[in-house]
Design a protein around this ligand. Sequence first.
Ligand SMILES: O=P(O)(O)OC[C@H]1O[C@H](OP(=O)(O)OP(=O)(O)O)[C@H](O)[C@@H]1O
Ligand SMILES: O=c1cc[nH]c(=O)[nH]1
Ligand SMILES: [Mg+2]
Length: 209
Amino acid sequence: MAIHVITHPLVQHKLGLMRSHGISTKSFRELCSEVGTLLTYEATQNLPLEDNEITSWDGTKLNVQHIKGKKITVVPILRAGLGMMDGVMQLLPAAKVSVVGLERNEETLEPIPYFEKLVSNINERLSLVIDPMLATGGTMIATIDMLKKAGCKEIKVIVLVAAPEGVEKTLAAHPDVEIYTASVDSHLNDKGYIVPGLGDAGDKIFGTV
Ligand SMILES: O=P(O)(O)OC[C@H]1O[C@H](OP(=O)(O)OP(=O)(O)O)[C@H](O)[C@@H]1O
Ligand SMILES: O=c1cc[nH]c(=O)[nH]1
Ligand SMILES: [Mg+2]
């Protein structure tokens, strides 16, 4: 299945708090990071394990499981993706970070790329793309295009909230990609905002409105 809606009570509770009118920048930012951690836990559930022999507390040899040298790059989409980054990195502290910047033109809803700094060996890594919002899907599709052009072969997407239109468009363009989200909401409004959604996630994280 390429879309995973995480219905865990902690995720749903925290997402519900984020939807509240007048939420402070501090609370929104904290929740963005916390839900980012919980969705990362789900998105990494199939990482390969391997047996490793260790010396245990009483000096005997013991076989334990370690993650099998899986190389990961976290890909925050500027700006709003940065709001999830601390939470995601808590579970993946050794991951390399590839930053991309895209801004949606609010008239045409087309994404405008303005920054790209990817890790050099991205072809060997799983990319975990993070952005709170998947609306029309334009930004996510352009990001995945960028990653694949650079040689990336395995991509997972973590978004807090998605619109059905954006999920459909993204999976049509990139059927090999898996999307993890706390919610697929009702629809997009005539300005391309997700309903009920969260409002403008970037502005809420950075306190710019
Ligand atoms: O699916 P789409 O229709 O492309 O819209 C989603 C994009 O819009 C928002 O970013 P925005 O362009 O507002 O930039 P920002 O993060 O700098 O606020 C959001 O964080 C996504 O990146
Ligand atoms: O609902 C939306 C759509 C795009 N960007 C946002 O921040 N929110
Ligand atoms: Mg924004």
